[in-house]
Design a protein around this ligand. Structure first.
Ligand code: TYD
Length: 208
């Protein structure tokens, strides 16, 4: 059975590292695994990622435009990469997915959660991860760790309050969808987090 897992978390929460580690571990178990990241993993997604990386004023595009750009990249990713992979039985791990848009554009920027839910439904054709792992990290620790070193200045330079809203939004989402969202304290040691991630994933490996 193909499993779809997403990792979510604030900037510097370590989700990219843990998404990669999980992908490698599942490959060792003999599964076909596709690791994708958002934005990215398609030409449009990669273009958007580069564009966002450039140093610029954070108010250069409106929050609604930002929402639609991330959603456009996601529509492309789902249609061209994620859905075809799942269809052929490949397990997909996504470093960020719809939860990021709810947390950043919804709780962070203040756009309507109802509207984002609708747009998320459209951009994914209703595809929902089987499991979402939230790596929860206090804002000051996440920002001090920095991101993957590629300089996502646009979001890094947002205020502490913005990132705190994102964090609280994530926790709210995890609470509201506790059937498929699970939270791990990302200040724990890397091996401990890997152990928790594995414990969350293994039930899906044995499911029919
Ligand atoms: P990413 O490079 O994954 O950041 P990090 O490595 O710090 O986790 O993502 C780039 C930024 O894009 C990140 O700050 C979150 C933001 N983002 C949104 O605001 N909305 C979205 O829908 C997505 C996918 C990302």
């Amino acid at each position: 059975m193909a499993i779809f897992i997403s990792f979510e978390g604030g900037d510097g929460s370590g989700k990219s590292t843990h998404a990669r580690t999980l992908a490698n571990r599942l490959k060792l178990e003999g599964l076909d695994v596709k690791l994708v990241r958002e934005p990215g993993s398609t030409p449009l997604g990669q273009y958007l990622r580069e564009w966002l990386k450039q140093e610029r004023d954070t108010d250069d595009i409106s929050p609604t435009t930002e929402l639609l750009l991330f959603s456009a990249a996601r529509a492309e990713l789902v249609e061209k990469v994620v859905a075809p992979a799942l269809e052929k039985g490949t397990t997909v791990i996504s470093d960020r997915f719809t939860g990021s848009t709810l947390a950043y554009q919804g709780y962070g920027r203040g756009l309507s959660i109802g509207t984002i839910n609708e747009i998320n439904k459209t951009s994914t054709s209703g595809l929902i991860p089987d499991l979402t792992i939230l790596l929860d990290c206090p804002v000051e620790i996440g920002l001090a760790r920095g991101n993957d070193g590629q300089g996502q200045r646009r979001f890094e330079e947002e205020s502490f309050h913005f990132h705190e809203r994102v964090r609280q939004g994530y926790l709210k989402l995890a609470n509201a969808h506790s059937d498929r969202w699970h939270t791990i304290d990302s200040t724990l040691s890397v091996p401990k987090i890997e152990e928790f991630v594995w414990a969350l994933v293994t039930p899906y490996l044995t499911a029919d």
